[in-house]
Design a protein around this ligand. Structure first.
Ligand code: ADP
Length: 309
């Protein structure tokens, strides 16, 4: 199996439950579910690899507090190269809205806890030769953009291939971000895009056409994958080939991080040199399992506990 490395953000998410009316006192409150879990796109992917039992390395930073300690415990020993341990916490608060959607509030905003130099230094420490480097949430931290070219060059120099999951840029697809996206895709071997990213980048309403258009702009042998939520996923090769895998109907518990888990399944399969169809099928199967079998519960709390004097 070829080495797998992911670089990106990892957080500790504290998930607050849904808003519950509290009629006795006439207010609505967020009900804490007392839940801490690993979050951040790179963290989600790494945890899925750990669940699959495949060897991997995560390059990420963490806060120098008890939440940072939580992260150290969360991953298999030796699987993380911490780019920096920083005074800024990696705690992120997730607020569940009545419709089940969640927003995440972070004290760090979109600032990463590492810069391009630290990221490169961390990459040099991990076994990457001949493997795959996933740049996760690549467009979510504009501060890092100038450094990505160097990371890609380094990966190619050691004979690795580069996969990009852009993540939604904080400022949206402004012209500079779009130009950056195009330049980064042009040197990448695999694009792992959500449907809205692919269609908004290309202007093509069909995810498969968007995948074909994007693949044509990429390196020789590259593949563009578009994740389509309940419709599964599609992919297109640069020279030829299109693939489409439907998602099984599942009872959805929690779709947060589904795309990151999908990435883990896809790359684990491509690192075993499986055909693209198998990579897509593995990724869809893993994502389906993740969204439907979460041990977490977000059921609304019917009756909040009484206040004691
Ligand atoms: P992202 O989280 O990046 O937006 P998607 O929402 O497309 O990515 O989810 C990634 C994968 O998770 C999909 O390709 C699909 O396999 C699975 N998935 C997501 N939502 C659903 C759903 N409602 N029903 C079945 N599978 C889903």
């Amino acid at each position: 199996m070829q080495p797998l490395v992911v670089l990106g953000n990892v957080n500790v998410d504290l998930i607050l439950g849904p808003v519950a009316p509290w009629p006795q006192v006439g207010i609505e409150i967020f009900v804490p579910h007392d839940e801490l879990r690993v979050g951040g796109s790179a963290g989600n992917t790494a945890l899925a690899w750990a669940g699959l039992g495949v060897p991997f390395r995560l390059c990420a930073s963490r806060g120098n507090d008890s939440f940072g300690d939580f992260l150290v415990e969360a991953f298999p020993a030796g699987s993380v190269s911490w780019t920096r341990t920083d005074a800024k916490t990696t705690l992120t608060i997730g607020v569940t809205h009545p419709d089940g959607e969640r927003t995440f509030l972070t004290t760090r905003g979109h600032l990463p806890l590492y810069g391009p130099d630290e990221a490169l230094a961390a990459l040099r420490e991990v076994p990457l030769a001949g493997g795959w480097l996933l740049l996760s949430g690549a467009f979510q931290t504009e501060a890092l953009m100038p450094g990505y070219g160097r990371l890609v060059d380094y990966a190619h120099r050691v004979g690795a291939r580069v996969a990009i999951d852009p993540g939604w840029p904080p400022a949206g697809w402004t012209e500079p971000v779009r130009a950056f996206a195009q330049s980064l895709l042009a040197v990448s071997d695999c694009a792992l895009l959500s449907e809205v990213e692919a269609t908004s980048l290309t202007g093509c309403p069909s995810p498969l056409t968007a995948a074909e258009v994007i693949a044509r702009t990429m390196r020789d042998g590259a593949i563009a994958v578009v994740k389509c939520g309940p419709n599964g996923a599609v992919a297109a090769g640069k020279i030829c080939g299109t693939w489409s895998v439907p998602a099984p109907q599942v009872e959805v518990v929690d779709t947060i991080g589904a795309g990151d888990v999908f990435n883990a399944g896809f790359l684990a399969a491509i690192a075993r040199d499986e055909p693209i169809e198998t990579c897509l099928a593995d990724a869809v199967a893993l994502a389906s399992r993740a969204i439907s079998t979460s041990p977490r519960s977000y059921a609304p709390v019917a009756e909040p506990p009484p206040i004691r004097a």
